[in-house]
Design a binder for this molecule. Sequence first.
Ligand SMILES: [Zn+2]
Length: 453
Amino acid sequence: MYSYRIYRDSPVWLQNTLLSARGFVRGALREGAVFRRELDEVLRSQWLDRSALEALQLARMQKVVRFAANNVPYYREAFAKAGFVPDQLASLEDVKLIPFLTKRDAFSAGDQMLAQNFKGPRFENSTSGTTGMSMRVVRDLHSINRESAFNWRQSIWAGAKHGDRRVWIRGDQIVPSKVTNPPFWRFSRADNTLMMSAYHLSEQSAESYIRALEEFDPVFGMAYPSPVLLLARYMISAGRKYRGKSLRGFVTSSETVTGEHRKLVEEAFGCQIFDQYCSAERVTFIGTCEHGNYHVNSDYGYTELIPQGDGTCEVVGTSFDNFLMPWIRYRLGDSVVPADPNYVCPCGRSFPVVESIVGRVEDYVLMPDGRHVFMMSNMLDAIPNLLEGQVRQESPDEVTILVVPVPGKPFDDEDTVARAREQLGDGLRISVKHVESVPRTSNGKLRVVVRAF
Ligand SMILES: [Zn+2]
């Protein structure tokens, strides 16, 4: 609604006003009457028992599959090729008859993935394209409203109420890069949100961020995990505690979260991380409940966990919304470890539980023998006095660990190499490089592993 250039060159007070105006328009669009109806609905459907949820899923699957077969050229062709007709879908078991959709399929299909004759507003964005295929995702307004409802449900799980004061630290360009002094944040009155720049956060500026947070006293945060962790590590190394009174939790997504991360945030901020896993294609939503368990939100989409033979499962999702661009049996490529199917979460919800999100598809080191080594974040967590780190694989047989040590504390390069060697074995050359900050993706995300070849 306004160009970033105008925003960038405006004084702080005007930036606050522009952000508030944007927040107001977005709020009206995303959180109007339809949103409120959907939020009421999803607050009810979270308490459905398993059989009621399965009935809901089957009805939604039938609707989206029939719609796609009739209106979307890609599916018309793919279903015909696989010999599948929507009438075959009589139970959830029959979902297996529907062909998978791979990233490559969706990428090559282009506009053939869109419903013909669609009328109404379209909202477009792209995935970050870490696998070399930046995917265009087009969504209709209803899907946007419903997404907001699920996001708010997650925030409610984290202890917030709709409209509560929140802090936002994600990939948004909030403060121009040339700015070197605080404030590195702006306030959007429309959605009661303190928007903080993740790009200006460093060991040097951390104290000013904490003070601004304490003064604003948010009830919850929406954040990438990495800035929250940097603040937590900073506070712990400075022997300081967060003094805000209202903070209930951080809702995080987009980067890997480990048990160690949760402990650090609890120690420093005195609250929990409520991590969620979703994708730009909006096919799957897995979020943390009050008891710290990851639940597959089975009223959001149809999520299949396909065993990969090593105890992990690949995530495959079908979106119940977005009839403008349906995603059916989409192979996300990411891996999770499912919990014991008989486990019942004390929160009382029947949504299936996932033990952990093992890795987003790009978060692994590719070994010369073709193996994928995940969970490098655990290795980084164990390194003493490390503020931030990243594993960069420069070539098939060479790995560099980028490190930002905690200033003033000893840092042991050899020990770091030895830890990496323990996880990766002897097949790779491993070195350590000290950097001022770890480079982010174009969306400001911190990747645990970057393969640069
Ligand atoms: Zn639960």
